[in-house]
Design a protein around this ligand. Sequence first.
Ligand SMILES: *[C@@H]1O[C@H](CO)[C@@H](O)[C@H](O)[C@H]1NC(C)=O
Ligand SMILES: *[C@@H]1O[C@H](CO)[C@@H](O)[C@H](O)[C@H]1NC(C)=O
Ligand SMILES: *[C@@H]1O[C@H](CO)[C@@H](O)[C@H](O)[C@H]1NC(C)=O
Ligand SMILES: *[C@@H]1O[C@H](CO)[C@@H](O)[C@H](O)[C@H]1NC(C)=O
Length: 430
Amino acid sequence: MLLPLLAFGFSHVLCAGAEKFSVPNVNAAFHKSPKPFEIHVDRHFIEETRQRVAHARAPVFMDAIGDGPSGEIFTTVRDFWVNEYSWNATEASINQKLEQFTTIVEPVIDNTSYPVPLHFVHHRSPRDDAIPLLFIHGWPGSFLEVSNIISNLTNPPNASVPAFHVVAPSIPGFGFSPAPQHPGFGPVEASYAFNELMRQLGYSKYVIQGGDFGGVILRYQAHLFSKHVVSALSNFWVIQPEENDMRRLAEGSATSDEVAYINTLETYINQASGYRLIQTTEPLTVAFGMTDSPLGNAMWMYSLMAKVIDPAITAWTPEEIITWSMMYYIQGPYGGMRFYREVLNDGGFAALDFGTLPLVQLPVAISQFPYDICYRMPLDWAKRGGNVLKRTVNDYGGHFAAYEVPGLLLNDIWSWFGDKEVSGTRVFVH
Ligand SMILES: *[C@@H]1O[C@H](CO)[C@@H](O)[C@H](O)[C@H]1NC(C)=O
Ligand SMILES: *[C@@H]1O[C@H](CO)[C@@H](O)[C@H](O)[C@H]1NC(C)=O
Ligand SMILES: *[C@@H]1O[C@H](CO)[C@@H](O)[C@H](O)[C@H]1NC(C)=O
Ligand SMILES: *[C@@H]1O[C@H](CO)[C@@H](O)[C@H](O)[C@H]1NC(C)=O
């Protein structure tokens, strides 16, 4: 099902031979083995960005009707950015909290290796029974999504829950992994690159946790690298309803979970997926504006960020909105936006629908949160995408579970990967 697409994607990536990799406005250098990395963004660029925000032009607002972020949030973020936001403090705090590295991995596809420069977080656990865990972010997130769970993953409160060596890469085009310079780098290629990253770090077997694109990439990766990936926990396991499901819905014979899930999915598709349609069809067109306007880019991202969190738990601060947007704006947001088009090319989207993802044979658990689009998808539907053995329906939280409700996701991670027989993590016992 996948292989023809894989060949298509790959042929375009090939000619990458002797390139030197860099990231605009950042000090990142890439070598063929991991080197420690601290973020140092060019201060002229930071000041120029602030100046652009100071001169940002506002739309002529109507009464708020929910077709985009409000005038109030626009003004609040603008004023905070111009008068209070400290990139210095942000950068120092990320560097202090997250140990980062850069490297080049050289996955082999169809007998040919090609170089992929990566930025990643890597924290090793002091526990000698720790399980290697690949954590994959999505859009409009970044490696920062791992910040609030990483210390409890590496240093859990006691020995009755599993510990993890955590690897959280930036998908190329996001954060500080350089955007691909050629078309064809989608979730298939990302899964090759991330599997190679784990191998380079000495983790020949590992588990994966991911949401959003992380939840998409993990399905390719678990399918393609079943000798290396032992098990996965996805908080974004989407199954597109089939014709028969829709017929049962129309006839009134769908279960309450099915009704709730279809409604959530349709609301998302009809009312909140404009960004996705643009990014799968014409990412470059919109990238001109977003590359030129830091505040426009922040509002573009915030529009979705605001819809998929649990308002009873979280309110995005201006500082978070700016910092999350900087993870795209610093190198330029086009690469991250274009990933949508590559997901379409690899089969993960089909126009407005979620496409056909590879069947995962390995043991999988899924976690659902009320403000995410997979909420209440039934377990029997989930099994259409693979060997899903466990479904946890959480009572609160949203799309960025690791960031927003770290305690809930931690419990799901501990309980799933702690079940050595069912999840398969028995293989890590030495
Ligand atoms: C931020 O850091 C740069 C150098 O890293 C320094 O020159 C500058 O004065 C700092 N700015 C503030 C506002 O602290
Ligand atoms: C890869 O190499 C093997 C052994 O040389 C060969 O049999 C195979 O056809 C090659 N595959 C591709 C896709 O070129
Ligand atoms: C260990 O920590 C977990 C997670 O916080 C908790 O649920 C469990 O009760 C603790 N077990 C012991 C023996 O303290
Ligand atoms: C995670 O660790 C922090 C301390 O770093 C602690 O306060 C918090 O309760 C922990 N969360 C869970 C779910 O164990």
